[in-house]
Each structure stands twice: as structure tokens, then as C-alpha cells.
Design a protein around this ligand. Structure first.
Ligand code: SF4
Length: 368
């Protein structure tokens, strides 16, 4: 599903069995935050990320001692694993030899072009992808001087330079990650890059922070790019449990209609007309429907007078009253039930919607 967003044309690459770019679904990525030398803890976090739906996992490989943990991740993971390498090209090559699906390197800090080419050759031989990282920390001095700092133009020029370098070497199985913690510079640098390259882009806001502000900052930064059709994989970088990064990542894609990730609850903000505890009701509806896979919009509204009309675009919903609630389907009221039966009645309507869909599919096979 792609909603009405026109996605930028990007080249399709492979991370193991998984396709990235070229119209493939936008994938949600995260990163283990344990010490990779602690194999048990790292595998434990990897499994939690998988259970949360994480589709690509990056694992830091800071030194030789971390190779054992990285190899264990490769053995155990059901999703592609990206080796996160800084400074050491030999470590990147070792990870590729171990079977890494992708290695993340910043060309600006890998020790020169010859060493970069060694990594590229090893990746090419092994069918491993590369993620080129560009950020303020690895930005070349000449670009820093030319633009007066890690400005959007500098980051984009660096990313374009290294993309061309890999392509000139005959290597195309790479994606690019331009990261800034400044939302506006991040946005501008992606726009510049995307106009000049078809390399797939991994997008996110680096060091977004923690808590609610980190979620908002990432959502604005990633969401604005996705709305422009830019982004083939995403990562929400939050201080804290990486499972939260995955949850927020899917929520961003769901808001934009870019991935179906189960039901979406649309609940009204409430006002002076409210007849029911909307927050508690929305929570009950969420709990009752969260295991559904289908991407339906469910409205939870605080009054019967305005609720069904305001939520006309939802597939179905509840409009609460003092003692009874209205159950509606596509804006049309179909039932009035006592409040304590409202969630149950809504679930019946959701089942009906599935029957409707199956019927429509059988009647108009080309239209669904
Ligand atoms: Fe107010 Fe009713 Fe609208 Fe909710 S649905 S915001 S309670 S008018």
C-alpha cells in the first residue's frame, strides 16, 4: 500500500533475502544497544526486536572481540543484520566474510580510498550490501571548509561523491544514509541528494533524543521526507529501549498509509459535548483489536450527535452516549447498544467488514 504518496524512483538492492528500494515496502530498522561482546544479552535484544516486527537490525562491531557476538546474531536472526563499522576496514571485511547482509561504513573515516575499495571488493564477492553513512562526524574537511560546517549542501555533496565512487568501482548494491540531528538540514540534504541520485536512502534523525520530544522530532524529520517520497528504510533513533524505535517507526508509516500495520484508532479529542470517557473506551478498543492484521480505521467518538458524521471516513466506529452507544459503519449508524456491549458490537461489525471485502473481491476481482 502506498497511499497517495508518490515515491521517489530508487534503485532496488538486496540485504540477504530482503529487497530494499525500487518500490519495495519501506522497512523499519533498529539497532541492538547491548555490548555485542555480551552474546546472550545481544541475542536477547535481537529477539525482542524481531518480535516487535523489526525488519533490519544493525549491530555494532567496535572491535575483534565483538565478532563472536556478531556471528551469533547472523546465525540466529530471521531478519537481515547490518554490521556497524567505524574506522577499521579489516573489521568490515571480517564481517562480510562471516556472512553480514550489509556493512555500514562511513567512507570518510574508513582510512582512505584503497581501504574502501577492499571493502567494496569483499562485499561484491560475497553479495553483501553496503550502507554508506554520511554525518557531521565523518564529513570531509574540504566540505566542512567549503560550506562552513555540516550544512545540507555539504552532507549531500559528500553522499553524492561516495555514491559515485562506489558506482565507478562497479558496485551498486548500496544504500545511503545521510544523518543530521538538525531536522531542517537533514530534510534539505535529502532533497538535494534525491534529485541527483537513484541510490536507495535509509532515513532518520540522528540523536533525536529521548521520550516524547525524541518521538516528535523523529516523526517530523522522517515523516517530512516520506511525504516527499524519500526513504526506503527508516530508523527512529531514540535513547532507550530499541523496541520503542520499532513501534514509532511503524506508527509513522501507518499514519502516512505507507504500510498496513493493523487497525488505526481515530479517537476524537473530546469537547464540551462529550458523553463518555473516550480515552478509556479508545484503550479498550485498541486492546480488543491490536492483534488484527488488517489496516482498518476505527473511530472512537465522544458523542452521538457529531461522532458518526465527523468520523465518516473511518471504516467503522463507536459514538458514545451516556447509557448507550451508536455503532456505525462507513458513517452510517447500524446499531444502538448499551455502553457495556459497545466494544463487542464493534468487533461484530469488523467481522462483517471482512465478509464485505471477501464479497467485493469475488465480484470485482480486478478492483480490489
Ligand atoms: Fe466533541 Fe462529539 Fe466531536 Fe468528540 S465527537 S470532539 S465529543 S463533538
Amino acid at each position: 500500500m502506498s497511499g497517495s504518496i508518490f515515491r521517489r524512483k530508487s534503485r532496488r538492492i538486496r540485504l540477504g533475502e530482503v529487497e530494499v528500494g525500487g518500490g519495495a515496502p519501506i522497512l523499519v530498522q533498529s539497532m541492538t544497544k547491548t555490548d555485542t561482546r555480551d552474546v546472550e544479552a545481544t541475542l536477547g535484544q535481537l529477539k525482542r526486536l524481531e518480535l516487535a516486527g523489526c525488519e533490519v537490525v544493525r549491530v555494532a562491531v567496535p572491535d575483534e572481540d565483538a565478532l563472536e557476538g556478531f556471528a551469533a546474531c547472523l546465525r540466529e536472526s530471521k531478519v537481515p543484520v547490518v554490521a556497524d563499522i567505524h574506522f577499521s576496514h579489516s573489521l568490515a571485511v571480517r564481517c562480510i566474510e562471516l556472512g553480514a547482509h550489509c556493512v555500514r561504513i562511513n567512507p570518510g573515516n574508513i582510512g582512505g580510498k584503497q581501504r574502501l575499495l577492499e571493502v567494496v571488493r569483499a562485499a561484491s564477492d560475497a553479495g553483501c550490501a553496503i550502507r554508506i553513512g554520511v554525518n557531521s562526524g565523518s564529513l570531509e574537511k574540504r566540505l566542512w571548509a567549503k560550506y562552513g560546517g555540516p550544512k545540507a549542501e555539504a552532507l549531500a555533496e559528500s553522499a553524492l561523491y561516495w555514491s559515485a565512487f562506489l558506482e565507478d568501482a562497479g558496485f551498486f548494491n548500496f544504500k545511503v544514509s545521510i544523518k543530521s540531528s538538525d531536522v531542517v538540514e537533514n530534510y534539505r540534504s535529502h532533497l538535494i541528494f534525491a534529485q541527483k541520485s537513484e541510490a536507495p536512502l535509509h532515513v532518520g534523525i540522528t540523536e533525536a533524543g529521548f521520550g516524547e520530544y525524541g518521538v516528535v522530532k523523529s516523526s517530523v524529520g522522517i515523516g517530512s521526507l516520506l511525504l516527499n517520497g524519500i526513504g526506503d528504510t527508516i530508523r527512529v533513533s531514540l535513547t532507550g529501549d530499541p523496541v520503542r524505535e520499532v513501534e514509532v517507526g511503524f506508527a509513522i508509516l501507518k499514519c502516512l498509509g505507507l504500510r498496513e500495520a493493523g487497525p488505526e484508532i481515530i479517537s476524537c479529542p473530546t469537547c464540551g459535548r462529550r458523553k463518555i470517557d473516550v480515552e478509556a473506551l479508545a484503550q479498550r478498543v485498541y486492546e480488543a483489536t491490536k492483534s488484527l492484521k488488517r489496516g482498518i480505521k476505527i473511530a472512537v467518538m465522544g458523542c452521538e450527535v457529531n461522532g458518526p458524521g465527523e468520523a465518516r471516513e473511518a471504516h467503522c466506529g463507536i459514538a458514545g452516549g451516556r447509557t448507550h452507544s451508536l455503532i456505525f459503519k462507513r458513517g452510517v449508524v447500524i446499531k444502538k447498544v448499551p455502553n457495556h456491549e459497545a466494544v463487542e458490537a464493534l468487533l461484530e461489525v469488523i467481522k462483517d467488514l471482512e465478509v464485505d471485502d471477501a464479497h467485493q473481491k469475488a465480484s470485482f476481482p480486478d478492483k480490489v
